[in-house]
Design a protein around this ligand. Structure first.
Ligand code: SIN
Ligand code: FE2
Length: 220
């Protein structure tokens, strides 16, 4: 970690904590993706040219309000058959776009900073939220093993992230995630329930009325 990473942040004391513990194995790394946001968003743009945004259908037949796409060796997909990781984009019939170096590097750096050295994601789910879009409480459990953490990057409009416990009924913490914030959860928190409250409207300098989230996993 170098001090350049914080060039883009508002002035703060050198020892102001940028890491906020959430639970055992879970933390928020404030603003760490901000300096690279422009590159990340250009890479998102290129990915969506090859693998366009789509609203997936849940196994129960509901259209998700979050628009999604993927990059990496496998992409998370949902349809009438269920949830799974698929090396092929069902929309294009081709492999998902490769994971850009900018994505991989950020995910590995953030994981290491949160105590998970050696994280090598093979899948990145890209979520797009418009005002009103929400993601209900769920666990990320379609991955083959749960040793690797989840690394989740927020870009654009701020959102209220819900971070619960191991049971759906556990009352979630509500935390505001701003542009550049990264949440990492693994170890004892790997299967924590989480979600996103309906996005409030706003106007972000880079993304206008959108929030984009990158979720890195080791899927296979
Ligand atoms: C997810 O759980 O897949 C996304 C979480 C987020 O958008 O912050
Ligand atoms: Fe998730």
């Amino acid at each position: 970690m170098t001090f350049d990473l914080f060039d883009d942040l508002p002035p703060s004391g050198p020892d102001l904590p940028t890491t906020e513990p959430l639970a055992d194995g879970a933390m928020v790394l404030r603003g760490i993706a901000r300096p690279e946001a422009g590159v990340l968003l250009a890479d998102v743009q290129a990915i969506t040219t090859a693998a366009p945004w789509r609203h997936m259908i849940t196994p129960g037949g509901l259209k998700m309000s979050v628009a999604m796409t993927n990059c990496g060796d496998a992409g998370w997909v949902s349809d009438a058959r269920g949830y799974r990781y698929d090396p092929i984009d069902p929309l294009s019939g081709k492999p998902w776009p490769e994971m850009p170096a900018s994505f991989r590097q950020l995910a590995t750096t953030a994981a290491a900073q949160a105590g998970f050295a050696g994280f090598e994601p093979d899948a990145c789910l890209i979520n797009r939220y418009e005002p009103g879009t929400r993601l209900s409480l769920h666990q990320d459990r379609d991955e083959r093993d749960f040793d690797a953490p989840i690394v989740s990057v927020s870009l654009g409009l701020p959102a209220i992230f819900l971070f619960g416990g191991m049971r759906r009924a556990d009352r979630p913490q509500r935390l505001r995630l701003a542009h550049g914030d990264v949440v990492v959860w693994g170890g004892p928190s790997r299967l924590a329930y989480h979600g996103v409250a309906p996005l409030a409207d706003g106007d972000h300098p880079l993304l206008g009325r959108l929030r984009i989230n990158l979720t890195f996993r080791k899927a296979r």
